[in-house]
Write a protein that binds this ligand. Structure first.
Ligand code: BES
Ligand code: MN
Ligand code: ZN
Length: 498
């Protein structure tokens, strides 16, 4: 989609769909202006309560197509509800986001190819750069609302909106915001698409090809691919113990985006990319096993974040590492009791082949040491236990560095892509004791999400590290089954601020 900022008047801008607002029982300036040219039809809709009084209600206003003074084909009146502070035009950030969801849903029911949004003097209450925030969320919301999964479906109706104009006097902030929101939206949609693709299409090789294609479009992004032979040379016995059960070759995908003003050490993202998780020899039960195609959503969020950063030409240095493999039972698969040696030299007793995420991640995390990173954040659909602990609202956050944890929590709060910090105390470590190796790959029934993080912590002592368990947040189940695109917004916000 195309987004533009314009400083103009509602009676002058030609558009297929003008969007105007009511706030605190009053029409805002642009709405008021056209109310006069249409014999008070907008104020009547407000007074009669046809519009509805709650935030996000909207009403299509029929306007005769005759007047010369009327350059819009459709007119949408949107209710912003009550202001955040009495007697102001300040609204909460959350309210603006809710209104945008409603606006996009309404526009997407029409055949309008473009729309113009008249924010007038609306301010985002929490923001010191209100126009930037308004514009970012406008573009982000519109871009996200355009996404439909249609790759393996016939006859999906795609929205027709191609262009959105934000009408404002604060042009420079609006332009920056629109670019940021659009790029973030594109990144989030990339993550959703990769997550939604079935396991027979989205294989480790498919992910590797995605990385190559992303790099071919952006000169500041480079890619390195490691196959199983190369990983053997590096001693990645843990990663390979998962990959070897499958006919699909495991891949370590390394993307580097280098666009910082000065030569600086990179921030590293590491994504779990299990393109399908059957559980291996410790086979999962059949119910809802199809959802284990989403077990590469951590990897997908690394792709999405990289995509967003290059799209907005962000001045940052970021390395994205994806550990891609398929977890299958077979004659070559690992068995419970097998002991493998990780790249770090530590040995692991595989007591359950379904705890495979940590096995591929630990070697990718050791590989990350070579970048001398400022920080490393891994993102993984790691444990069902995290879903039990936090449900689908918060991502589980673990970190060996308080400042890093704070920064990630703040980024999640700001983008409504929230995380919640969980403990990484030493007291949990002994649950990983093994009689036959340096550690076991499972820690028993209690605190399953914590012991998984404790396992990873043994491989991340050399740098500032955080782990995001997105098992509950990466996708929705049921009738709305689909990848959510989380936590791309959190990651991008964190990387832009640090
Ligand atoms: N990919 C799963 C975790 C998962 C399960 C995410 C359900 C979302 C929904 C992971 O590989 C796994 O199987 N974890 C096991 C670990 C256990 C064997 C210690 C789990 O959570 O049951
Ligand atoms: Mn598993
Ligand atoms: Zn898994």
């Amino acid at each position: 989609m195309e987004f533009i900022a314009k400083n103009t008047d509602i009676l002058k801008l030609k558009t297929q769909c003008a969007v105007v607002f009511a706030l605190n029982n009053k029409l805002l300036t642009s709405a008021e202006k056209i109310d006069k040219t249409h014999h008070g039809v907008l104020s009547k809709a407000l007074k009669s309560k046809d519009l509805g009084e709650s935030l996000g209600k909207s009403l299509w206003i029929s306007v005769p197509q005759t007047s010369k003074e009327q350059p819009y084909e459709r007119l949408l009146l949107v209710q912003l509800g009550k202001p955040a502070k009495a007697k102001t035009t300040d609204i909460k950030c959350e309210s603006w986001r809710k209104a945008l969801v409603a606006i996009n849903a309404a526009i997407n029911t029409t055949q309008a190819k473009d729309a113009a949004v008249y924010v007038d003097d609306v301010n985002i209450h929490e923001s010191t750069e209100s126009t930037l925030a308004l514009a970012t969320d406008l573009a982000l919301s519109a871009e996200k609302s355009q996404y439909r999964y249609d790759t393996t479906k016939n006859e999906v109706k795609l929205p027709v909106l191609k262009k959105m104009t934000l009408v404002t006097s604060d042009m420079s902030a609006a332009k920056r915001g629109l670019t940021k929101g659009k790029s973030l939206g594109c990144g989030i949609n990339t993550t959703r698409e990769l997550g939604n693709l079935p396991g027979n299409i989205c294989t480790p090789q498919y992910l590797a090809d995605q990385a190559k294609s992303l790099a071919s479009q952006h000169p500041k992004l480079s890619v390195k691919l490691l196959g199983e032979k190369q990983m053997e040379k590096l001693g990645m016995g843990s990663f390979l113990s998962v990959a070897k059960g499958s006919d699909e070759e495991g891949k370590l995908i390394i993307m580097e985006y280098k666009n910082a003003k000065n030569a600086t050490a990179p921030h590293v993202l590491v994504g779990k990319g299990i393109t399908f998780d059957t559980g291996g020899i410790s086979l999962k039960p059949g119910a809802a096993m199809d959802e284990m195609k989403f077990d590469m959503c951590g990897a997908a969020s690394v792709f999405g974040a990289m995509h967003a950063l290059v799209e907005m030409n962000a001045p940052v240095h970021v390395v994205g590492i994806v550990a891609a493999a398929e977890n299958m039972p077979s004659g070559r698969a690992s068995k419970p009791g097998d002991v493998v040696t990780s790249m770090s030299g530590q040995t692991i007793e595989i007591l359950n082949t379904d705890a495979e995420g940590r096995l591929v991640l630990c070697d990718a995390l050791t590989y990350a040491e070579r970048f001398k990173p400022k920080s490393v954040v891994d993102i993984a659909t790691l444990t069902g236990a995290c879903v039990i602990a936090l449900g689908s609202h918060a991502t589980g956050l673990y970190s060996n560095d308080d400042k890093l944890a704070e920064n990630l929590l703040a980024a999640g709060e700001k983008t409504a892509d929230r995380a919640w910090r969980m403990p990484l105390w030493d007291a949990y470590q002994k649950q990983l004791d093994s009689n036959f190796a340096d550690m076991a790959n499972i820690g028993g029934r209690e605190a399953g999400s914590v012991t998984a993080a404790c396992f990873l912590a043994r491989f991340t002592k050399k740098y500032k590290w955080a782990h995001l368990d997105i098992a509950g947040t990466a996708w929705q189940s049921g009738a709305k089954k689909a990848a959510s695109g989380r936590p791309v917004a959190l990651l991008v916000e964190y990387l832009l601020n640090n």
